[in-house]
Design a protein around this ligand. Structure first.
Ligand code: TXA
Ligand code: MG
Length: 311
């Protein structure tokens, strides 16, 4: 595994590696992705193996623009509207799959495909160079905290990745919002980097994901730090570290997601702060109440999953 600064020659090398069926970790605006060509079952198998990811959990296909997205998915009027409004950006659309751009393994056998056009400059440059859709889940071992820096990927996946492109810290910090458009009613499968309010303003209210596991990444226990989490806590109890929002209580030991109470800053810091508290050896973390508007919904979702009981 090598970490490369995203120079022109590094991009060329990463593109060649991907074309040859290799695994490249790449920065996106949300989190780092673990990329492989989406049309190659062997390359895709390496993603599942590297992450220890269950085979029934489909991967998102990343493409450089909407024209490329239309080659692997069937767009309806809602999809066109959302693509125009939010791509490139942190939105994934689940649409009927078409063509040979994504293999069945990348879709976990489904006849739908999750498609995303990332906004990150380096991701876009790489996707344009490779010329085939790139399947990329978050570049973390399945069930662990998502990586927002190249170093997080290197530490967590090490030699299982061929190359890591270092694009610095991810500017959004939580994964993409996933909207399922395969049914008559648009459904929110995962809150993320595009606020649901903005999506609803474009296409009307979204149905909530029902109990059936349509996005298995949303299995209850996910994004788990080592420490136990207690949510919506106004202050820490003895023995707890504190993950604050909008100021730390006097005498508490911990980190603040956003001293000024800014949800975008909190999203950017979320995984890094959880990781830092873990590394500092916190056994229990109390987390401040986070409002559920805007990016707060995605933050609350990740925290709830991190706090869920594990087996
Ligand atoms: O921001 C992101 O979306 C990041 C970056 C790297 O792009 N990727 C990401 O991938 O978060 P991952 O694999 O960690 O989460 C993708 C989620 C999973 O929960 C998966 O089940 C769901 O997307 N998904 C993918 N294809 C789907 C499909 N056809 N139907 C339903 N859910 C799908
Ligand atoms: Mg993930």
């Amino acid at each position: 595994m090598r970490i490369l600064r995203p120079t022109r020659s590094a991009l060329a090398r990463a593109a060649a590696c991907l074309r040859d069926g290799g695994l490249v970790a790449l920065p996106t605006e949300t989190v780092y992705g673990l990329g492989a060509r989406a049309d190659d079952p062997r390359a895709v198998a390496r993603i599942y193996a590297a992450k220890g990811r269950p085979r029934f959990n489909p991967l998102i296909a990343h493409v450089p623009d909407t024209a490329a997205a239309r080659r692997i998915a069937t767009f309806d009027a809602r999809a066109e509207l959302l693509a125009r409004a939010f791509w490139p950006g942190p939105l994934t659309l689940v649409l009927p799959a078409r063509g040979a751009g994504t293999c069945a393994a990348a879709r976990a056998g489904l006849d739908s495909v999750g498609v995303r056009v990332p906004a990150h400059r380096i991701a876009r440059a790489l996707l344009a160079r490779v010329g085939v859709p790139i399947a990329a889940p978050s570049a973390n071992p399945s069930g662990k905290l998502s990586p927002t820096r190249a170093l997080d990927v290197a530490r967590a996946l090490g030699p299982r990745v061929d190359l890591v492109l270092d694009g610095g810290p991810c500017p959004v910090g939580v994964e993409s919002t996933i909207v399922d458009l395969t049914g008559p009613r648009a459904r929110l499968l995962r809150p993320g980097g595009v606020p649901v309010e903005a999506i609803a303003a474009a296409i009307g209210d979204l149905a909530a994901a029902d109990g059936t596991i349509k996005a298995p990444g949303m299995l209850a226990s996910h994004y788990a730090p080592r420490a136990r989490l207690r949510l919506d806590a106004r202050r820490p109890e003895p023995g707890e570290a504190y993950l604050g929002f909008g100021g730390l209580p006097a005498d508490s030991a911990g980190l603040d997601l956003s001293p000024g109470g800014d949800l975008a800053e909190a999203a950017r810091n979320l995984f890094g702060h959880l990781r830092a508290l873990d590394r500092a050896g916190a056994a229990r973390i109390a987390v401040a109440p986070i409002p559920s508007r805007g990016l707060g919904l995605a933050i609350r979702d990740r925290l709830a999953r991190a706090a869920a009981p594990r087996d």
